[in-house]
Design a protein around this ligand. Sequence first.
Ligand code: UT7
Length: 325
Amino acid sequence: MKIGVLGTGSFAPEKILTNDDLAKMVDTNDEWISTRTGIKERRIASADEATSDLAYRAALNAIDNAGIDKNEIELVIVATMTSDHFTPSTAALVQDKLGIKAAAFDLSAACTGFIYAFTTGYSFIKAGIYKKVLVIGAETMSRVTDWTDRGTCILFGDGAGAVVLGETETGGFISSHLVADGSGACELLVPAGGSRTPASHETLDNKDVYLKMNGREIFKFAVKVFPETVENILEQANITADDIDLFVPHQANIRIIESISKRFKQPMEKFYVNLHKYGNTSGASVPLALDEANREGRLKKGDKVVIVGFGGGLTYGSILFEWSK
Ligand code: UT7
């Protein structure tokens, strides 16, 4: 049985925050942000938009693109690190908004979340438990951003992307590689607000309920593990980077993507990039980029596609699949 992507969708909030806007909020400028990250602007959710709202809109687009009846979906997985609530899951809220009967759960693997969720969705279908699975990556990073920290607030943005997975006539999933190294947990975390250190006046005053990141360490980590995970999935399939038609990497920093392009001796044209428009949307970045690549006609039937994630956990991983549409 071949299992692949039946359709893609995405959604980004209307409000645009440019580098020049940020320069009015913290000591930074467009030149620094552009040359160090490649980011020019990002989207910010409105006060009444939460992660499930963005996820729902991306899901509708993916269902439409797949050309299926929404009631065919038997499982909804939402990869997110910015869920609406501790409980219920964001996936259950999306299931309800869609008005379908389906199992639903969230998956937490930060910026690698969509890679984990895609592999999980694929495995449910492969095991014969479900036939069609909706896999979403959705984030409102603006809600965990410290808007006084220029080291992080220039990077992140809000958005959502989704795919419908199901049986395909051709192509589909080829190989996957997922890794976690919790020894690096402290390099990218929200220190308070969880069971270790519950939210309090003190944690709020210390801004410990916002994301803290050791940018330099994460950069080094990304440049090391990205080639490792891609080599793993290529080896599993006994092919080389030359055989890949499109890489859709986590959209964290253009310098990371450029270093990988050099390392694999592949032209930058083979790497889909939209981080200049959205910044780093964590778990949403890969499906948001995949959907834009699809809608721009960058994917043809039979194309070999590699998607890659890395980030909090620390986690990293990648998937190789063949475009079936
Ligand atoms: O999605 C999860 C994965 N996350 C990532 O992949 C993020 C990976 N890390 C990065 O992308 C980069 O490390 C950053 C973009 C976060 C930072 O770039 P960098 O080249 O590593 O800069 P740096 O932290 O080494 O800082 C260089 C200088 C410092 O000044 P000094 O000490 O050299 O005087 C910083 O204080 O730039 C300064 N700086 C800034 N200047 C203007 C740091 N942030 C800013 C800023 N604007 N926003």
